[in-house]
Ligand binder design. Structure first.
Ligand SMILES: NC(=O)c1ccc[n+]([C@@H]2O[C@H](COP(=O)([O-])OP(=O)(O)OC[C@H]3O[C@@H](n4cnc5c(N)ncnc54)[C@H](OP(=O)(O)O)[C@@H]3O)[C@@H](O)[C@H]2O)c1
Length: 263
């Protein structure tokens, strides 16, 4: 056996999931646990005890990173571990995200900073440091949102951050085709997770949820299925697909006006 192939076999094939302590990220970890192509799952979120509880439910070995992803030093911790372990990154799920609806003027300035660091900067950086460990067949799932399709008054920073994720992912998908790496932008409708928990603006939240909520099980399953098929988008809900089509057909200023009136 050629030496290079022997080294290749010894390298662990990992899946790295951010935001694994609750909601969609936790569900991704549970579903990825069933994939034969993965040897080890790396979990990233701030709440360590939640990740310990999750790892106990997994059949595959898990490595837990209790990190604040909005903090720049967190990236260095993951980077060092990647260098030390030299794994094959078969799956990267950039899922951690935050957002809270409300008028921009009334949003705390530091909250917006945190949001952009987590939803945008941390996602781009983790993608960048992961790519040297990806190979043909590796898959990257970037969790965007239905909010990416239309600019959303009263959810402006969040929807802009998710539009960024979608545009970035689709460009990267094309760019990485020669390396046979798939990048899938996942755009769920509102889901019943901790995302909207303990948030003010219940009227706005109810409006956002009025188009229907999605089950995390379906969102994760469809996203994994679509990425396995080499697709760059995963929109698992009918109403989200409809919004996406309308956003393509109708002039944007008209849609924003309608949404603004509804809010
Ligand atoms: N729920 C929805 O309605 C909805 C709809 C469309 C898209 N999405 C997107 O789906 C993704 C998952 O959200 P979810 O609904 O599952 O919400 P969730 O239950 O609130 O989960 C968010 C995850 O992100 C982690 N996280 C938050 N801030 C973090 C930080 N600074 N550093 C590290 N990890 C952090 C949380 O872990 P810790 O708190 O332990 O750090 C948690 O595991 C997000 O990107 C969200 O924008 C959600």
């Amino acid at each position: 056996m050629p030496q290079e192939t022997a080294v290749q076999i010894m390298r662990k094939r990992i899946a790295l999931v951010t935001g694994a302590s609750s909601g969609l990220g936790r569900e991704f970890a549970l579903q990825i646990d069933k994939l034969p192509e993965i040897d080890e799952i790396w979990l990233v979120a701030r709440r360590e005890e939640r990740q310990i509880e999750l790892s106990a439910r997994l059949t595959k070995p898990a490595r837990i990173f209790a990190l604040d992803r909005a903090n720049e030093e967190s990236l260095a911790v993951i980077e060092e571990e990647l260098e030390a372990q030299n794994p094959i990154m078969r799956l990267l799920v950039n899922n951690a995200g935050m957002g809270s609806p409300g008028p921009f003027e009334k949003t705390d300035i530091s909250y917006n900073d945190q949001l952009l660091k987590l939803n945008v900067l941390a996602l781009v950086r983790l993608t960048h440091i992961s790519l040297p460990y990806c190979e043909a067949g590796s898959r990257i799932l970037q969790i965007s949102s239905v909010a990416a399709f239309i600019p959303q008054p009263n959810f402006s920073v969040y929807s802009a951050s998710k539009a960024f994720v979608m545009y970035f992912s689709r460009s990267l998908h094309q760019e990485l085709k020669p390396r046979k790496i798939t990048v899938t932008s996942v755009c769920p409708n509102p889901m019943e997770t901790e995302f909207f928990k303990h948030k003010e603006n219940t009227r706005l939240i109810d409006r956002l949820k009025s188009k229907g909520t999605e089950k995390i099980e379906k969102v994760a399953a469809q996203a994994l299925h679509r990425s396995a098929r080499g697709k760059d988008m995963s929109v698992s809900c009918f109403s989200a697909r409809l919004i996406r089509i309308l956003a393509k057909i109708l002039p944007q200023h008209l849609i924003i006006k309608i949404i603004g009136r509804m809010g």
